[in-house]
Design a protein around this ligand. Sequence first.
Ligand code: ZN
Length: 711
Amino acid sequence: MKPSHIGLKFLCLLLSVYMIMTTAYCVNADAKPSAILNEGQYMIGTGIYDITGPAAGLVMEGYGKSDQIASGIRQRLRSRAFIVQDPSGKSVVFASADIGLMFGCIKEGVIKKLAENGYGDKYTAENVMLSAIHTHASLSGCSYYALYKISAMGFNRQNYNAIVNGIYMSIVNAHNNLEPGYIEMSRGELDGISVNRSKAAYNNNPEEERARYSSDVDKTMTLLNFRAADGTLLGVLNWFALHSTSMNHHNTLVCGDNKGYASYLFEKDMGTNYQSSKTFVAAFAQSNAGDVSPNINYETLGNENGYYGLDDLKNTEYEGKNQYLKAKELSNNATVRLTGPVDYIHTNVDMQNVIISEKYTSGSGHRTYKAALGYSFSAGAMEDGPSELPGFYEGMTQKDYPYSLNKNNSRYQIIQRIASISPYFGEIMGTKYPELWEQHYPKPVLLSPTKGEPGLFVPDVVELQIIRIGQLAIIGQPGEITTMAGRRLRETIKETLDQDGNSNSVVIAGLSNEYTQYVTTPEEYDMQHYEGASTLYGKWTLDAYKQEFDKLARALICGTYVDPGPGTRDLSGKQVTFVPDVVFDSVPLGKKFGDVVTNAAYSYNRGETVSVTFWGGHPKNDLKTQSSYLEVQKKAGNTWTTVYYDWDWCTTFRWTRISMLLGTSQVTITWDIPEDAQPGTYRIKYNGADKSIWTRKIHQHTGCSREFTVR
Ligand code: ZN
């Protein structure tokens, strides 16, 4: 039975009395007067900005493979921001970024920049939610926590700054674009592009619970239309649970994977101008995708190469196109309007020390513990990117690998060897902490990543946040939550919110605000697949999140004060990098930067690929933010017009070091001529930058291919 309204009101009254007694204040945004809004209108704004970091020489994010080093661009990475402000002046910001993982330090950087530039009274950690689309074709080195930058060879300031600045600029653009408008919501099923990659774990959930759902993955896409008062579509934002792992770990070109491609298709369709501060924005945000793979072929092609399907580019296009088509359909058919106030609530929780009430868990005495990663964490997710580390596989439990066996265990020996490289690693070896083996049972503890003081390997204090736009609540989940775990969390929050007498919609914005690996159900945890082995704070992690998010939901409907919680750690001063800076660039004797090495042919048919190679400089010298390393230009009379850039899907930009000693490098630009390309005369232009060996200054250079015809 649901708690009665009277019970709820009594609870609210008690909390109010408590507030007065403790002279606590009510969390309330400054209420600034806004434009005159008609019934059912909000002030709404959308914004987009480039967040592409150094596209060569840096390890890519997601697969954690130090040999997956970026060598160029298939598509620029963007941040897409949405602001909603209600008539009282209260506002919320949601930004979806084309990055692999969202980290607390990125949010910290964005909030700091907002404060420094006069937005401090408007946009804060409390009402800004930042979320990652989880593309595994982005760039790494952006966390203050060691586990997420080991393969990146340390912290990468240039990439961090590009992401922080780009997200900030997308919010500023959205703010400057605020205008009266309204928001429509639409929900629908998208079938056939996702599979559960940990079926054995999923199937360990109770049968009656599984019977309530038609699938072992969530197939619902929730979409919002942002419309100006006159009905003009300003942007769309949707959530759909799907790993952005269509591109496999052999890919070295930066892109937004399937979600980035879906955004590109929708934005191209709407004529988005990426260099404009006011333009159409389509965000494909992440949800409860912890165990949801886009590699639908792995079931039928479960062989050595089949896990990722046969062609990762084709897979990405298939998965992206289907998300775009569904979003387009939902956008065209959206009829439900969001109405009611905008609200938000936020707190920090020490996730290692949550005592869980029996209301949220099945039994007594449950709590969270110091973080631990299981043996199967080292196996990787078999279907999306197995680690190929010998001896590790999914499903390793203490039943087969008890603590007592570790002294003679071969895996333990391997890890010992890795550990000996760094004194820090010795500190976090799981075998040093027998109590963690008991607390995290049945997880055999490979690493205890918060034992590595003073530099923690993973976060302990994390941000929890819910934002609300009328009848829609968005849960900012700081990690990768599985299908069933997400359903349980959503249900808990919906039950509480619905006590206001409405039927609320609840979505999970996965990978928001901070990254804490995975969250499974306790039953999935027992199976110790990759996701369970990566559930940091123990078997009851999900139940702890249910309890702590529910506290926020209750405070939201009561309008009561919530303790801001402990501060997150300031690790900004402890960041080191091991990636060398560009020393210098040069060209062979008699050559200039931008000189053509391999030219285009004289003519091409549509469907063919143009490829041109130039002498170039390292992309690190200039990120070409909001600009492009390449231009495909078409001749009209005596003038050249650019028709494609480095963010277009039909172009690639690749950088290759020729001689480390001499500092020489080349760039290769390709253009797959689309079937609908206009016949005519074209050329390929390269825009680069080089660093002088003598002055250490950066110079801009350009190069052009010969003119060629497209028939
Ligand atoms: Zn993942």
